[in-house]
Write a protein that binds this ligand. Sequence first.
Ligand code: NAG
Length: 480
Amino acid sequence: MFVSLGLNTRLLFAVAAVALGSAFQHGYNLGVINAPTELIGDWLNSTSYNRTGEYLTETSKTMIFSLVASIYCVGGIFGGLSTGFFSERFGRKGGLLINNIFAFIAAILFGFCKMAGSYEMIIAGRFFIGINNGLNAGLAPMYLSEIAPTSLRGAIGTVYQLAVTISILFSQIMGLDSILGTESLWPILLALTAGPAVLQLFTLPICPESPKHLLINKGKQIEAQRALSWLRDTSNVHDEMEEMRNEAEAQKLVPAVSVREILTNPTLRIPLVIAVMMMLAQQFSGINAVIFFSTSIFESAGLDATASLNATIAMGAMNVAMTIVSLVMVERAGRKTLMLTGLGGMLGVCLLLTLCLALQHLGTWISYLSIILVILFVVMFATGPGSIPWFLVNEIFASNARPTAASIAVGVNWIAAFFVGLLFLPIAQALGPYVFLVFVVLLAGFIVFTIKKVPETKGRSIDEITAMFKQQAYGNGNSV
Ligand SMILES: *[C@@H]1O[C@H](CO)[C@@H](O)[C@H](O)[C@H]1NC(C)=O
């Protein structure tokens, strides 16, 4: 059956080279500093003592660690913004290959920061790996969607996200104290990020550049045809070449929408506000706070270190499982429904979690209840807010506005993740068990917005959807 859809070993090889080399890189670094939070904190403390003769206060330790966690997102913003430049200048494949330089720089900084007694090195490393991840998040899905035959585009498009959730889980397993999560080995745990880069340098050069890039951006007919023949494993690619040529012609007729235009034209501004709000909902729902800091949440719920790590791993496994479920559900249940189910569920869990954290003294069963709740939180996230915002951006804009809209949305996503990473621990220290109430308020706001403003896009064409926004903008004087 798959053969008839156009799947062959070569295409599979190219998809694997990108999934393992790029998506894996991204997920690994999202999850990797979670398990060794405590170890890195102790190291920051003793490094400070060796330098200045003074230990860090709890507050300054938290500040430095939050910086280590969140400078990653600053790198991600830079990487994300450079996606356009890299993909045009070096091509999709070329950009992905060059991007591995950042991974090697980061791996060296991570590997030697402890030896050198320098926390500047780990901070710089997180910045560089952030650049790498931001570029991967832009280039890899682009390459994947451009090499996929039409019949497999949906399935191959979801490979990136799935590989990210699997590698978050992998990083948490590697961080177990029986593997690399020890006082002497944690720098290696972080430096392991060189692994996917090496793998990609050996596999991706065998694959061709994206045929669409060769044809549409570079105008290289023969090379595009050769690349396509390689990927389809047949020299009979005449029809598909013809399709791509038509696409290139069509693109020339509709000029791309600029950032300025998207911000000023009301018909485009309404969907932009929706896209941006959905990204904010994804980040300010509290998920990154939970992923970054789940181990310390479990410990403060009264679990010992090993039990907290096991709970973290259970959480990662549920994330993978639910991401698969949601990818299947999205075509059936509809985007808006899934988004609201997820947000509503997270709100409920936040309320219960606050109760549990406040009532911890009642007994150990409360601790176990809070673990279940944290896992449920991740399940609810994966149901909707995890994937729906990415779908929506592509569904509420016509293709000439899509690239600009997507870069704004991705930029907003990284910036929001940065603030959550930076602010969560200090706020958690100040508010104690009531920290999740902050997310209750935010989630309530996002639910109201989704109910009132977000259209259901399932089963509707782009033309219908854009016509509806036009009607909203000019028809009854209502604007967002
Ligand atoms: C730093 O280390 C010292 C000595 O081990 C310890 O007493 C102190 O509590 C630590 N400070 C922090 C903020 O972890």
